[in-house]
Design a protein around this ligand. Structure first.
Ligand code: ATP
Length: 354
């Protein structure tokens, strides 16, 4: 199986007097794996992707494909194809010719070319649109053409630079599934850049969270969401409540006193001894129960989203956001309601303070 992609200590500086924009990034993608580079604007995602593609040279470090260093291999000979945010289709070429373009460069016979383009167009549901030009297509169709054009050359690695950010929310959801379906089908190792955490969670086998050029965490979506390596990751991925609590460690877990109860929770490996920890509790893990007498909290704000409702609840330890799924309008709690908030101990995670 081909497509084992390795990034070894990649570093990139554009100017000598500023910190590197890519700073010692290492990772390995297994053949067929879908890996997403995720992080805030300017954290170095696109630069990393462009170095892998061969559009940019690293200041130090290297990229290997199936064990072969690519330092001296130009972009067009790397067995990689890139899908761009703005589709980058040739406006004067038809859908067929856009998709065929890469194959023409590769010297295929006419029959081979027609068959390969037909397969690519069929798998991207573009049959019937062969003769159209890009301006006669919707954004979603244009992106499917771009995808067909990338995969028709049978690359060993697919690179995606925010390919869905020009599409509306509903289409983005559909295209996520489509990209994953085709990528799975072909088993092509993929490196995908986005700043959209939902997209990263929904699509990836593993996510690489970057901050200021450095890798903060590499893990499956569940690992990153439930066991973030830092407060930065916890805060960047999804929504999180953080309560500052005294914590004492026992057998790798933390004993914390929170919301008037003593609980034993999972803890970050860097937490040791007795210290103050930041307890992360995701909003959907907080239970809210109205109480006739005074509870441990009171509802400060209510935001109805249809499928869920968010309550801002004031407690002695701080304000918590609590998300309750599927609320019946008659069950909505009013501002000022006395409530008890609680959470199951296995839903919380103690992190060291920043
Ligand atoms: N050719 C260049 N010359 C100088 N600086 C650059 C160049 N390309 C990128 N940078 C800088 O490098 C940093 C990282 O840019 P990069 O595009 O990799 O970030 P990103 O994480 O992809 O951000 P975004 O999500 O906004 O696209 C930014 O501060 C950017 O201004």
């Amino acid at each position: 199986m081909t497509g084992l992609l390795r990034l070894e200590n990649l570093t990139k500086s554009f100017t000598w007097d500023a910190p590197p924009v890519v700073d010692d990034v290492s990772l390995e993608a297994a053949p067929g794996e879908f890996i997403t580079l995720l992080g805030p604007s300017g954290c170095g995602k696109t630069t990393t992707l462009r170095i892998v593609a061969g559009f940019e040279t690293a200041t130090s470090g290297r990229v290997l494909l199936d064990g072969v260093p690519l330092d001296d291999v130009p972009a067009q000979r790397r067995s990689m194809a890139m899908v761009f945010q703005n589709y980058a289709l040739f406006p004067h070429l038809s859908v067929f010719d856009n998709v065929a373009y890469g194959l023409r460069l590769r010297d295929r016979t006419r029959a081979e070319l027609t068959e390969a383009v037909r397969i690519a167009l069929t798998s991207m549901n573009l049959v019937g649109l062969e003769g159209r030009h890009p301006h006669e297509l919707s954004g979603g169709q244009q992106q499917r053409v771009a995808l067909a054009r990338a995969m028709v050359v049978q690359p060993h690695v697919l690179l995606f630079d925010e390919p869905l950010s020009n599409l509306d929310a509903k289409l983005r959801g559909a295209m996520r599934a489509e990209i994953r379906r085709v990528q799975n089908l072909l088993g092509i190792t993929s490196l995908y850049v986005t700043h959209d955490q939902d997209e990263a969670m929904a699509m990836s086998d593993r996510i690489v969270v970057l901050d200021r050029g450095r890798v903060e965490q590499i893990g499956t979506p569940a690992e990153i969401y439930l066991r973030p390596a830092s407060v930065f990751v916890a805060d960047f991925i999804g929504r999180a409540n953080f309560l500052e609590v005294p914590a004492s460690m026992t057998g790798g877990q933390a004993i914390v006193t929170v919301l008037g109860r003593r609980q034993i929770v999972a803890a970050h490996p860097l937490l040791t001894g007795d210290s103050t920890a930041l307890l992360m509790i995701r909003p959907e893990s907080v239970r809210v129960t109205p109480t006739a007498v005074e509870g441990n909290g009171s509802v400060l704000g209510v935001t109805f989203h249809g499928a869920s409702v968010d309550y801002q609840v004031e407690t002695a330890g701080g304000t918590l956001t609590c998300t309750v799924a599927g609320p019946h309008p008659g069950e909505l709690l009013a501002e000022g309601t006395n409530v008890n908030v609680s959470f199951a101990a296995d839903r919380a995670y103690a992190l060291p303070r920043r």
